[in-house]
Design a protein around this ligand. Structure first.
Ligand SMILES: [Zn+2]
Length: 451
């Protein structure tokens, strides 16, 4: 069921605010926080020449990723724009198939034969529905999740490893899908015309439950989480955490290298389970300056309560989605319900209609959901710059994102498709910050931005 997967992806976008990736070779930064690097003259932000131009510095950084590397990342990311459309059309196609061939109606009839309880009929229907739609969308999932990732050199997984993760994901989806949808259908039967408000409340409750249990029960299904390994970087990171009111035992590392080469970190959880997790890729492949920069950013999410703010905004969008499904369902089944053998909204055989509507709604809402997360990400960027004070580390780690995120899009492209600020926006943010701090001793000590 692509829709539940899409909803999860959006939710994960909110709660797993990732950053940065592999490759790229710029500016090897000196180790640890002890900045003893002398100022190097060319283009250096020396006191005598306070003519540091943030835009020029941004362009110079962007120019360091060129040729094949740049073309690959642009192609990978732009391909993603089309996949949004392809995924939606494919999901609607699957829904149409289930409806016009009355497969959905037949699954409902089977469920009705198995039990007289309407509650359990829905549960059985949902299990059949999730299994069948997962099978039908499997070719697209293999292409997007396995072959395409390998084609761009982003995956570390063998096919059997990938399939293992896919099946685990399917199990989680089946369990949560069956519980949530069975309860929503119970609400439909109980509440009548106002079902969509109750349905939304149930969905929101599970969204929050999912966030709370996610890092404790779901994430460890896919990866190993452990305390940060001992090393020169660790104490610096923990001190930064303590100074921002983040308990040390909420800072983890996990083996993302099992899946891919991407460098990233995230904040997940809610209430008692909120935590920051760094990938092993980040800890191994980024310089200490870059690690501090990313850490500062993730601490921004934590300190600014972005999980709660993200869920609130997403909740508003989701309420509109439920309202739209309610309206669209009546309209579509009014026209085609006879052909599909699908009855009123309480009939589980109409689930493909609802799912197609949700999928289409979230395609249209892409710029809205992306702008919500992108805005929070920009806030975390600024928090990170003020906290970690590593404008150049932030710039170079942003360049490493260039492997899977186009660095320099048009403003319209960024508005529609970017769930994080683009590389250009982020590096400019860092250079703008640096321009105002040129005379601070730590910034003066370097490193020197390219000009
Ligand atoms: Zn983030």
């Amino acid at each position: 069921m692509r829709t539940i997967a899409a909803l999860c992806a959006i939710l994960l976008g909110l709660i797993a605010m990732t950053d940065a990736s592999a490759q790229a070779q710029p500016r090897p930064a000196p180790t640890s926080n002890v900045q003893v690097q002398p100022l190097t003259p060319p283009g250096a932000p020396a006191k005598a020449t306070p003519r540091f131009d943030p835009l020029k510095a941004t362009n110079a950084y962007l120019a360091t990723v060129k040729g094949k590397a740049r073309r690959n990342s642009d192609a990978y990311f732009e391909g993603g724009y089309w996949l949004l459309l392809v995924d939606t059309l494919y999901a609607i196609g699957v829904a149409a198939l289930l409806l016009w061939f009355r497969i959905s109606a037949r699954m409902r009839d089977i469920a009705e034969r198995w039990t007289r309880s309407r509650f359990w009929q829905v549960a059985f229907y949902v299990i059949m529905f999730v299994t069948l739609t997962t099978l039908l969308t499997f070719p697209l999932a293999v292409y997007e999740g396995f072959f395409r990732e390998h084609a761009y050199g982003l995956s570390n997984m063998s096919f059997s490893q990938w399939l293992g993760d896919f099946l685990k994901g399917f199990g989680v989806e089946l369990l949560f899908g069956a519980i949530v949808l069975t309860l929503i259908y119970a609400a439909i039967r109980a509440a009548g015309r106002r079902w969509w408000i109750w349905g939304w409340l149930i969905a929101m409750a599970f969204l929050v439950i999912g966030m709370v249990v996610g890092p404790v029960f779901i994430a460890p299904i896919f990866n190993k989480y452990y305390p940060l390994p001992e090393g020169p970087v660790k104490s610096e990171i923990l001190s930064l955490a303590r100074s921002n009111g983040i308990p040390v035992d909420n800072v983890y590392e996990f083996n993302a290298s099992k899946q891919s080469k991407r460098i990233s970190a995230n904040v997940s959880g809610a209430f008692g389970t909120t935590r920051i997790s760094m990938t092993d890729n980040l800890m191994k492949r980024a310089s200490p300056r870059e690690i501090y920069a990313v850490r500062g950013h993730e601490m921004g999410h934590y300190v600014l309560s972005h999980n709660a703010i993200g869920v609130t905004w997403f909740g508003i969008v989701l309420l509109i989605a439920f309202g739209s499904v309610n309206w669209g369902y009546g309209w579509l089944t009014g026209m085609f319900g006879g052909n599909w053998d699908v009855r009123e909204i309480a009939d589980p055989a109409g689930l493909p209609v609802a799912m197609a509507l949700v999928t289409f709604f979230f395609l249209l809402a892409t710029p809205v959901t992306n702008t919500i997360t992108r805005t929070l990400e920009a806030q975390a960027d600024i928090f990170g710059l003020n906290t970690a004070r590593q404008p150049d580390g932030f710039a170079t780690v942003t360049l490493k994102l260039g492997e899977y995120r186009k660095l320099d899009p048009s403003p319209l492209e960024e508005f529609v498709f970017y769930d994080h600020p683009s590389g250009r926006s982020r590096i400019f943010m860092a250079m703008r910050w640096k321009a105002q701090h040129l005379n601070d001793p730590d910034i003066k000590a370097g490193p020197v931005s390219p000009q």
